[in-house]
Design a protein around this ligand. Structure first.
Ligand code: CAO
Length: 543
């Protein structure tokens, strides 16, 4: 029997050990959580990159853990070693093929890049490399778009591309083979999903493939992804108070999908760990007591019937992008769950327009001249500070309201793939020129599908500007769990009475939708009045 050390993966997380998920003598597979660490932001489960039996802990309760720290000694089971050897033998046999022989220099080996656990499946949108391209470990190889966001998948090792195995548009999930590559053989690499990163040349080199050192590293990356995803889920859930609950990433994901507050679920697992079954059971219970005041039950909205449109003429059916599907589900959820009221206003922005026209970008070192939008965001940020009920979210149980002491504003961006809402962090601390640049950067990232999940999380309020193309007004849908959204329609010159005559003034239509459970009409009137005042008297606002 050989032993191998499980290291703290190269994920964002660091923190103190608060829980051991397995015991000495327990059998684990790659991806099983072995410890839970807790930082000041969230708790995070740390998965093993190795399959085997835990024989020794190398950390103690309360130890501070960072990337690369040895966590546990694991005895590798003979089955795994045998499996690796079989695959090595099979792959060696393949070297008879002309492509493989010419493609495998003695210092490199054929490896497979697998889809890591990214919290679900996604569509393969783009390859950043082509056959023949070299890449380094950590370089982004391809783009996968899930129903939540686009994710770049990093290389688990350095090498060069032999073949793009997966196809554009294909739906890929954890473990799917993405790329066949030639990877450098590293004698002391810590490799993970052993079999699939084993090589043709490995079997011929003096490196003993069946030793634990050669078992391992693509799952180090998978493990890192698991940890990263787990960290994302923990962080997002901590906002509703579930970061302290003991549950794995899959359970947390299920809870999030079902809208279940994990803090209310009783765990039936070891040390009260919450299992998926517990979440399902909880939902069943809640459904059976549907008259409880806290439970929101779907109201049985009749579905729109499916129609064969080809009966009426020629049609072209196309698949929706992941972003469009996610938007569709989110909009429906928000529309059905939030009692919307929309307040309309029209603001005279003639002075603001004159001010913008007079800005000399060179004089102020501006890379881009501000549009109306950064001024609106600056003013909305001020208004959110002054009117905290707009900078709040209703707890999922409907019994608490959470006020936020930060001002992160989402900006709706229209892209060819659909509508996305990247978030400007701490908008209240940024100048108009900083906001101008940040909007441009986020819009570019959105259009290039380079936004990360992080870029789209944590918003307190959304501004949706239809800009020059927008009509005279619209009723924006609140981006729940936020409680309000400001829609901006097209500004136009209109006659305005100055007491003696009609004069031409530029009027900007604003449309504020608010959640009537949290904000009442008078609150909304005051919030809108502040925005109105600041936008129309921009000189005073900038003081
Ligand atoms: N009325 C008249 N003109 C407007 C305007 C308005 N409300 N808003 C912007 N404009 C002008 C700008 O000032 C700019 O002209 P100048 O260069 O002369 O100043 C021009 O229209 C183009 O602006 P823009 O759209 O490129 O820039 P922006 O800062 O206003 O918006 C962004 C940036 C990324 C938000 C925008 O491009 C976008 O994607 N908007 C769509 C959002 C959306 O679809 N919302 C609806 C969601 S509900 O389905």
């Amino acid at each position: 029997m050989a032993t191998e050390i499980v290291l703290m993966p190269d994920a964002d997380g660091s923190g103190d050990v608060i829980e051991f998920c397995v015991e000495i003598g327990d059998k684990i597979v790659a991806g099983d959580s072995i410890i839970v660490i807790e930082s000041d932001k969230a708790s995070m489960e740390v998965p093993s990159s190795i399959e085997g039996t835990v024989v020794e802990w190398l950390v103690e309760m309360g130890d501070g853990i960072e990337k690369g720290r040895p966590l546990a000694k694991v005895e590798i089971s003979e089955d795994v070693i045998a499996e690796v050897e079989t695959l090595v033998a099979e792959q060696s046999a393949d070297t008879a093929s002309p492509r493989a022989v010419s493609a495998a220099p003695s210092a490199a080996s054929e490896k497979l890049v697998l889809m890591p656990d990214a919290g679900g499946k996604g569509d393969l949108i783009e390859f950043f490399v082509q056959p023949g391209d070299s890449f380094l470990e950590g370089d982004m190889l391809l783009l996968v778009e899930s129903d939540k966001a686009a994710m770049e998948i990093p290389a688990p090792f350095s090498g060069s591309v032999i073949e793009l195995v997966a196809e554009l548009g294909q739906t890929v999930e954890e473990g799917a083979i993405l790329i066949k590559a030639l990877g450098a053989v590293e004698s002391n690499s810590v490799e993970g999903t052993a079999a699939l990163s084993v090589t043709q040349s490995d079997s011929k080199t003096s490196e003993p493939l069946s030793t634990p050192k050669t078992l391992a590293s693509s799952s180090t990356v998978a493990a890192a992804s698991i940890a990263a995803v787990s960290s994302i889920l923990n962080t997002s859930l901590s906002a509703v108070g579930t970061s302290q609950v003991y549950a794995g990433p899959a359970t947390r994901k299920l809870a999030r999908e079902l809208g279940v507050d994990l803090a209310k679920v009783k765990g039936a697992g070891k040390r009260a760990r919450i299992l998926k079954e517990d979440v399902k059971q909880f939902v069943k219970q809640q459904m059976s007591t549907a008259n409880s005041a806290n439970v929101v039950v779907q109201s049985g909205v009749p579905a729109i019937p499916s129609i064969d449109f080809s009966k009426f003429g020629e049609i072209d059916t196309q698949n929706l992008s992941g972003i469009a599907k996610a938007t569709s589900a989110h909009m429906t959820r928000c529309w059905l769950n939030i009692p919307h009221v929309t307040l309309f206003d029209e603001v005279d922005i003639t002075d603001l327009d004159a001010f913008r026209a007079a800005i000399n970008p060179e004089l102020y070192g501006l890379l881009k001249k501000p549009t109306i939008l950064p001024f609106i965001i600056m003013i909305v940020a001020k208004a959110l500070r002054k009117h905290p009920q707009f900078n709040a979210s209703l707890h999922a149980d409907g019994e608490q309201i959470i006020y936020k002491d930060y001002v992160h504003i989402g900006v709706a961006v229209d892209t060819p793939a659909g509508l996305v809402v990247p978030v400007i962090r701490d908008a209240d601390k940024k100048s108009v020129s900083e906001l101008t640049l940040e909007i441009a950067e986020l819009a570019k990232k959105a259009n290039d599908r380079k936004l990360k999940i992080d870029d789209m999380q944590g918003g307190c309020f959304t501004v949706s500007s239809l800009g020059a193309s927008g009509g005279v007004g619209f009723t924006p849908i609140i981006n729940g769990p936020e409680v309000a959204i400001l829609g901006v329609a097209r500004a136009d010159i209109k006659p305005s009475w100055d007491g003696e005559a009609f004069i031409p003034r530029k009027q900007l239509p604003l449309c504020l939708s608010f959640d009537h459970r949290v904000v009442n009409g008078a609150d909304a009137g005051r919030f809108m009045a502040m925005i109105h005042q600041c936008l129309s008297k921009i000189g005073n606002t900038l003081l």
